[in-house]
Design a protein around this ligand. Structure first.
Ligand code: PMP
Length: 382
């Protein structure tokens, strides 16, 4: 039995993505930069995927750049946007709940002398558009804020915040890490007033090792990867054609069903919350208004790892936080106002398009068994 409920960490590639990637590996293995027919066949697949993704984002094809994943997209967006601007505009703004691939860039910028403003959630665990807007001033070169938090599903008010910022500070570059929102809620960089936007393939049923950086045609940033001049000179390195073809195929399939899948995820979240409420001593960390695809819960009597291993031994995969933290404590939950006791005992449950109520029943039954068995071992009064 495998019950996979860790889809915010990665997803199982869908059949269409596997077919497209296999086709690229077997029938179009040429280098897309080669001008013979084998190269052109590979190039056609990249062109098709770019076209599909541009359509899904409602942007131009020459605004879509393939990368090795969202980590690279985030690094490129942030470091390259600042490269030639920091001297004139020394301030940069982000939030305290970003993914490490964003957070680490701001830590580095700070060491390089930038004035870094990190907006933290308020006492209600909210980051409002006004809080983001107020952090920006006329000396700010960049704001980077995520659309959906990967640990709690919290949705940040990017559309409103970036619109306000762009109106008052048109020189401030806006970057959004939209990894956990793409193909789950509508993500259109134009509507979000995002100059730069990062996406990852493996969170949307495509192979690992590919992602996208959307870059508005009106914004110039220096390339990060230098070399053979692929991706119109913006991102050198031979394209990962199988993964790109897979990502295009996945987006083609998913972009037609965003709202119906969202409704299904909402129903699953409600079902999970009702079942979790029956298990003694559980807390829900995610808000009602959070993305229904990610639910963070805590069972404060037990360490996350204990529960994670108990579930894993019984064929159920969840996460103790974000996969990227690899057991290291994440500060993000505490930033959202969740107590240390609760953060130490967190489980993140994240749904795919295939998740069923029966799987949620099995998860909750196993969590209840865990509580019944473990509480006698560690002597908790039931
Ligand atoms: N940003 C967010 C919000 C993520 O959840 C992740 C993946 N954990 C990333 C960035 C990094 O994506 P990738 O694995 O494609 O580098």
């Amino acid at each position: 039995m495998l019950i996979y409920l860790d889809n915010a960490a990665t997803t199982k590639p869908c059949e269409r993505a596997v077919e497209a990637a296999t086709n690229a590996l077997t029938n179009a293995f040429g280098n897309p930069s080669s001008r013979h027919f084998a190269g052109l066949d590979a190039d056609m697949l990249v062109i098709k995927a770019r076209d599909t993704i541009a359509n899904a984002l409602s942007c131009r094809e020459d605004e879509v750049f393939f990368t090795s994943g969202a980590t690279e997209s985030n690094n490129t967006a942030i470091m390259s946007a600042c490269e030639n601007r920091l001297k004139r505009l020394p301030r940069v703004v982000t939030t305290t709940v970003e993914h490490p691939s964003v957070k680490s860039c701001f830590d580095k910028l700070e060491k390089m002398g930038a004035e870094v403003v990190r907006v933290a959630p308020d006492e209600n665990g909210e980051i409002t558009a006004k809080m983001l807007f107020d952090a920006v001033d006329e000396k700010t070169c960049l704001i980077s804020a995520m659309l959906v938090n990967n640990e709690t599903g919290y949705i940040l008010p990017i559309e409103k915040a970036f619109a306000m910022i762009k109106r008052k500070y048109p020189n401030c570059i806006t970057h959004c890490d939209a990894v956990q929102g793409f193909m789950k809620i509508p993500v259109k960089p134009g509507k979000l007033s995002a100059d730069l936007l990062s996406l990852s393939g493996h969170k949307i049923y495509a192979p690992k090792g590919t992602g996208v950086l959307y870059k508005s045609k009106d914004v110039h940033i220096t390339p990060f990867m230098l070399g053979g001049g692929q991706e119109k000179g913006f991102r050198s390195g031979t394209e990962n054609v199988p993964a790109i073809a897979g990502m295009g195929a996945a987006v083609e399939l998913l972009s037609k069903t965003i709202s119906e899948r969202f409704e299904k995820a909402k129903e699953l979240k409600e079902y999970l919350l009702n079942s979790i409420a029956q298990i003694e001593g559980t807390f829900v960390n995610s808000k009602d208004s959070s993305s229904p695809y990610v639910v963070s819960i805590s069972m404060p009597n037990y360490k996350s790892e204990t529960l994670l291993n108990y579930l894993s031994d019984r064929g159920i995969c969840v996460s103790s936080g974000s996969a990227c933290s690899k057991g290291k404590k994440s500060s993000v939950l505490q930033e959202f106002g969740i107590t240390p006791e609760r953060t130490d005992s967190t489980l993140r449950i994240s749904f795919s398009n295939e998740t069923s109520k029966q799987e949620i029943d099995e998860l909750c039954k196993t969590l209840k068994n865990a509580h019944d068995e473990l509480c006698t071992i560690i002597n908790i009064k039931k």
